[in-house]
Design a binder for this molecule. Structure first.
Ligand SMILES: N[C@@H](CCC(=O)N[C@@H](CS)C(=O)NCC(=O)O)C(=O)O
Length: 219
């Protein structure tokens, strides 16, 4: 039975979607239309009661949470080298992955889904604008990570090839463009994201998810 990935176009599920594509394994991508609220429908809640993507199903077991899925795929496909194996570089890669997941991602959630944090319209507006300004700083931090990895002669953020950190970087930069942050304002980050997007497995997922990389609209 092939693995099954529940994903939503452009969501954080892009990260495991790319890893599965890189692995060359057979998998079944199942689209969840978040904008239509499919994540709250009984059929999906039966898979993930938390109503979120990504979800990976393997050997009849449901795995949720991006960090857990990335670690699972890393162990399942050691030849793909998604994460470094030596203790220190591995810890540094996980440090960055955790920061992306628990800080950058959740800051954007305050911008994109402020109703998750308050039921009051004026509080939601304040959350949106304050977290958008925080997000600009986080994109600068992300750009610094890209510059540091390039200075160290690395191809991807965690080493010799592109992997989960690079897929997340693309996703988080694209989300910034959705929030009205011009990616051209982060030249090194934006050049890196375009390079990552052109890498064949990433390009195939971008096509499958029908993603536009830059959603920034000047006002
Ligand atoms: N902590 C979770 C967060 C997952 C998450 O935020 N998923 C978003 C898409 S990026 C989602 O499904 N949102 C729909 C919703 O919460 O209604 C993880 O790392 O997997």
């Amino acid at each position: 039975m092939p693995m099954q990935l529940y994903f939503a176009p452009g969501a954080c599920s892009f990260v495991p979607h790319v890893l599965l594509e890189i692995s060359g394994a057979r998998f079944e991508p199942s689209m969840v239309k978040l904008h239509k609220g499919e994540q709250y429908e009984a059929a999906y809640k039966a898979v993930n009661p938390r109503g979120q993507v990504p979800v990976l199903v393997d050997e009849g077991q449901v795995i949720t949470q991006l960090m857990a899925i990335v670690l699972y795929l890393d162990q399942k496909f050691p030849a793909s080298g998604f994460l470094p194996t030596d203790a220190l570089p591995r810890a540094k890669a996980l440090e960055t992955l955790a920061w992306m997941n628990n800080t950058v991602h959740t800051t954007f959630t305050h911008v994109f889904l402020p109703h998750k944090f308050s039921d009051q319209a004026e509080v939601q507006l304040a959350l949106k604008s304050y977290n958008t300004s925080l997000y600009t700083g986080l994109l600068s931090e992300l750009q610094d990570l890209v510059l540091a990895s390039q200075a160290a002669g690395q191809v991807g953020l965690s080493g010799a090839h592109f992997g989960p950190l690079d897929a997340y970087t693309l996703t988080l930069t694209r989300w910034g463009s959705m929030a009205g942050i011009d990616p051209e304002g982060y030249p090194a980050l934006w050049a890196f994201v375009k390079q990552v997007a052109a890498h064949p497995p990433f390009a195939r997922v971008i096509e499958r998810e029908r993603l536009q990389l830059n959603l920034f609209k000047p006002v």
